[in-house]
Design a protein around this ligand. Structure first.
Ligand SMILES: C[S@@+](CC[C@H](N)C(=O)[O-])C[C@H]1O[C@@H](n2cnc3c(N)ncnc32)[C@H](O)[C@@H]1O
Length: 264
């Protein structure tokens, strides 16, 4: 059965962490985004708040065995991900590892990570939790590690309303999201000698951020430029198309005016 149909069936009885109708596409986008940022099959990936493996499904399939690590405190949701979304055969073949701590703490895995990903996690996390995740990134990322995270951009001061997670989690059944100010995130990164940039992704409500360690930022800047800005070129192409349409309309108007003048 296609993953999307399977997820829709599961969602009739279980909360899967997001809207069921975009389950497959939102999962695929996580792998695509990491690929655009330089993911290899041998990369080690830490998926913070991995939920029921919406993105993990694609990452575990793509990565070599022993390369995917997920942290998810909502144990029932993670169990659905392992048994229903991934399935025994892939679990046995790829040996992904999981932790259910709620401190974003990967120390029990005993490895460093090439990539951190947090999809739809900063959209609920408190300011303190975001700082915690960045500190884990500093401590458990390889020197040229990258952190790919999505957030909802907010106005100045937005995001500091509560010290707790907002939305569904292992501790709450109340839905909700929160916004964070990009300037505040930039300052956090600056304080930690991390580079941060937005990934251009048209039509996305959540904005992807790419955060790189100081040492990793240079290679990241160069080798990622073309990958990351591949989409930026579309922007250019779009502009090209818009300009051509404008030129064509102008030309049509001139032709009409010319023929009106000369037909009388
Ligand atoms: C909106 S879901 C996103 C799940 C997944 N990243 C995805 O794209 O489907 C947010 C997840 O973060 C988890 N979460 C909540 N508090 C957390 C914490 N303190 N540490 C790690 N994950 C947490 C929630 O249980 C939930 O599964």
């Amino acid at each position: 059965m296609k993953l999307q149909l399977h997820a829709e069936t599961l969602a009739e009885k279980n909360f899967l962490g997001g809207r069921a109708e975009v389950f497959e596409v939102m999962g695929r986008l996580q792998l695509i985004t990491l690929l655009r940022c330089g993911l290899y099959p041998h990369s080690r990936v830490l998926d913070l708040g991995c939920g029921c493996l919406r993105g993990g499904y694609w990452l575990v399939h793509f990565l070599n065995p022993d390369r995917y690590f997920g942290i998810e405190p909502q144990v029932e949701m993670l169990e659905i991900g392992k048994t229903e979304i991934l399935g025994r055969d892939i679990l046995n073949e790829k040996r992904p590892r999981f932790s259910s701590n709620d401190r974003f703490d990967p120390s029990e895995f005993g490895v460093l990570f090439d990539f951190f990903i947090a999809r739809s996690v900063w959209t609920h996390a408190s300011r303190g939790q975001i700082e915690e995740m960045l500190d884990r990134f500093l401590a458990f990322g390889t020197p040229d590690s990258l952190f790919v995270t999505s957030f909802l951009p907010g106005k100045k001061g937005e995001g500091d309303s509560s010290p707790d997670w907002v939305g569904r989690s292992h501790e709450s059944d109340t839905p909700g999201t929160r916004r964070h100010e990009l300037g505040w995130i930039e300052q956090l990164c600056l304080d930690r000698n991390l580079k941060v940039r937005e990934l251009f992704d048209p039509g996305e409500k959540q904005v992807w951020l790419l955060i790189a360690k100081g040492e990793g930022a240079r290679p990241a800047q160069t080798y990622l430029k073309r990958l990351v800005e591949g989409m930026g070129k579309d922007k250019g192409k779009g502009k090209g198309v818009r300009d051509s349409v404008r030129r064509w309309l102008r030309c049509t108007r001139l032709t009409r005016r010319f023929s009106d003048r000369h037909s009388s």
